[in-house]
Write a protein that binds this ligand. Structure first.
Ligand SMILES: CC(C)(COP(=O)(O)OP(=O)(O)OC[C@H]1O[C@@H](n2cnc3c(N)ncnc32)[C@H](O)[C@@H]1OP(=O)(O)O)[C@@H](O)C(=O)NCCC(=O)NCCS
Length: 334
């Protein structure tokens, strides 16, 4: 501009300092987690309000840090923590030589910092510990953070979902829903084989063990009268074709920390025999669990599914479940 001094301001971000996570980092990490959860609840208010409280968030980070063999990284800029990452292995052989970042295991103020954090944390996880199968639970609504993980070679394996209670009557259907009776145990046991059998195939390729019908019958005989579980069966033309189980979310260990929801019902299991799929039995069973959750005094309903499972990943969103947390997965290989 004629006559102006033409001052140009160059601003450069000051240096990022990334180093392994230490016990002294827990309070600052807890503050970041509470901020992350506050942002998350603006998009999904059904999630638990508790983790917006810094003290609760600090305890969740402490639990993540104190898990067996936990390790991770922190990032500081100008004396402020701008991100942390914490993971620990699960003992089950189902997950391979693994490290898991649970729902309380990460928060950043700038999404791309997660890539620097992973660079430091994964130095311990892969070359030192051999944790090549990696799983991270990420808020579904934080698209920049999901993209940062995507740019670290991760992809989506699983989803946690939530929905409010039903407000109207169930959809009209020719499917008959009733509570399961002891006489249904052999069919329930067969249906419990159908889920892992389906998920062992393409494109899910889950490594979950497929139990035998006899093992399932023995378990059902023992647990059938447990009042914490509500089991429903679906009948088409007088034949049982599917089942679903509802319970309190607190019964599930896979919805922990900020991914746990207070006083939530849980759609814990559902399966329909292959020949009856696509005829509305899954919807009728899901709606029965939703109605049971409402009658039981829960505030909302949670479920989870493999996103590589073409059936459940369509059925549960169609029933109104919205993704809250994504489980991303990377297998370090070739
Ligand atoms: C998931 C499962 C229980 C659903 O039962 P189902 O009887 O096949 O489901 P429904 O026929 O009631 O369909 C449920 C919804 O998914 C939708 N859906 C099903 N297939 C679909 C497709 N290919 N594309 C888009 N939507 C589809 C249906 O339209 C329906 O929604 P709508 O009622 O709004 O139309 C059943 O397919 C199953 O047993 N799968 C194998 C085991 C499993 O995955 N269990 C769940 C583990 S989390």
């Amino acid at each position: 501009m004629p006559g102006s001094a033409g001052v140009r301001i160059f601003s450069r971000m000051s240096r990022l300092d990334v180093r392994p996570f230490a016990a002294d980092d827990i309070p600052s990490a807890g503050r970041l987690l509470a901020q992350r959860h506050r942002r998350h609840r603006l998009a999904q208010p059904l999630l638990s309000a508790r983790f917006e409280d810094v003290e609760v968030a600090v305890e969740a980070v402490r639990a993540a840090f104190e898990a067996d063999d936990a390790s991770g990284a922190v990032a500081w800029r100008d004396g402020e923590m701008v991100g942390y990452l914490l993971g620990a292995p699960k003992p089950s052989p189902l997950w391979g030589p693994n490290v898991w970042v649970e729902a309380a295991g990460q928060a950043v103020t700038e999404a791309d910092v997660m890539r620097d954090l992973y660079g430091v944390a994964a130095t311990r996880w892969v070359p030192e510990s051999g944790f090549k199968a990696q799983y991270v639970i990420v808020p579904a609504t934080d698209q920049e953070l999901v993209r940062a993980w995507f740019r670290l070679g991760f992809g989506q394996q699983h989803a946690h979902g939530i929905r409010g209670l039903p407000t109207g009557p169930p959809s009209p259907t020719k499917v008959v829903i009733r509570r399961a009776a002891r006489a249904d145990i052999p069919t329930l046991a067969q249906l419990e084989v159908e889920l892992p059998a389906h998920q062992g195939l393409a494109p899910t390729f889950s490594a979950g063990k497929v139990p035998t019908v006899e093992e399932n019958i023995a378990e059902w005989e023992e647990d059938f009268d447990d009042p914490s579980y509500a089991t429903f069966v679906a009948e088409l033309d007088g034949e049982v074709v599917g089942s679903a189980v509802g319970c309190a979310l607190s019964k599930s260990s896979s919805h922990a920390g900020p991914a746990s929801v207070d006083n939530a019902g849980f759609l814990g299991f559902a399966a329909v025999f292959p020949s009856a799929r696509g005829a509305g039995a899954g919807r009728a069973l899901g709606e029965a669990v939703l109605a049971w959750a409402a009658e039981s005094g829960f505030d909302c309903v949670v479920t989870d599914w493999r996103v590589t499972n073409l059936l459940s990943s369509r059925a549960w969103p169609a029933l109104g479940f919205e993704e809250t947390f994504l489980r991303l997965h990377r297998l370090v290989g070739y």
